[in-house]
Design a protein around this ligand. Structure first.
Ligand SMILES: [Cu+2]
Length: 228
């Protein structure tokens, strides 16, 4: 499906509905929350008082397997949750919202971004570790079926594992206002113990050829996925 196929009303209402429930696709839950669901929103406001909690502990905050995280990208240490590593590519003040919803068929992840460079193409994936001041600390891509070769010689660049069905790819091209919305749907659920911990925005679109699969140029911004 084309990323832009989602209409704005769907985006707003689906953001509030944290769980799609077993009855149907994400859009089916719009406006009515399933019993027992607890939708919430995490503010991405700068938190200079605790600039390195995720960096030093691997994430005191609870991991996110369902729900929504919003962040405003700022240089570290102005923000430890949503960091821009390259202000020319991800201008300070740009925002990103990641919503994770379980569906009857698996998992849907939606990225909504604003304040980026108009008409620019970005790569984006979910990664295994929280953001720190060092881009590489966010680790490799989250993989549903881990690439056995990547343990010895990371990263995983085998298209059999580094592909948008086994990983969560959210590449997008910003519109004329610097905004974008993209959705990825998987037929599996995130690991409850070790779910993805961050969204990494890259400077280039994601490659798919063998030997380069999954690579997308420098890491230009990072949003930690956590409940607080
Ligand atoms: Cu990535």
């Amino acid at each position: 499906m084309h990323p832009r196929a989602f209409a704005l009303p769907f985006l707003l209402t689906a953001t509030l509905a944290g769980c799609a429930g077993p009855a149907g696709p994400p859009s089916g839950s719009a406006g009515s929350l399933p019993p027992g669901s607890t939708p919430w929103l995490v503010s991405g406001a700068p938190s200079p008082a605790r600039p390195s909690s995720a960096a030093t502990t691997g994430g005191l905050a609870a991991p996110l397997t369902e729900g929504t995280v919003t962040g405003t990208f700022l240089p570290f240490p102005q923000s430890a949750r949503a960091i821009t590593y390259d202000p020319k590519v991800v201008p300070p003040g740009a925002t990103a919202q990641v919503s994770i919803a379980r569906t009857a068929h698996g998992t849907t992840v939606r990225l909504t971004a604003a304040g980026l460079v108009p008409r620019r193409t970005y790569g984006a994936h979910l990664h295994t570790r929280p953001c720190t001041a060092t881009p590489a600390d966010a680790g490799p891509h989250y993989q549903h079926s881990p690439d056995p070769m990547a343990a010895a010689s990371p990263p995983s660049i085998d298209p059999a594992y580094a592909n948008p069905r086994n990983e969560v790819w959210l590449d997008f091209t910003a519109d004329t206002r610097g905004a974008a919305t993209v959705t990825a749907s998987q037929d599996w659920a995130f690991d409850e113990i070790e779910p993805p911990r961050s969204l990494i925005v890259h400077a280039e679109h994601t490659r798919t050829a063998g030997g380069k699969a999954g690579t997308a140029g420098p890491r230009v911004a990072c949003l930690t996925l956590a409940t607080r």
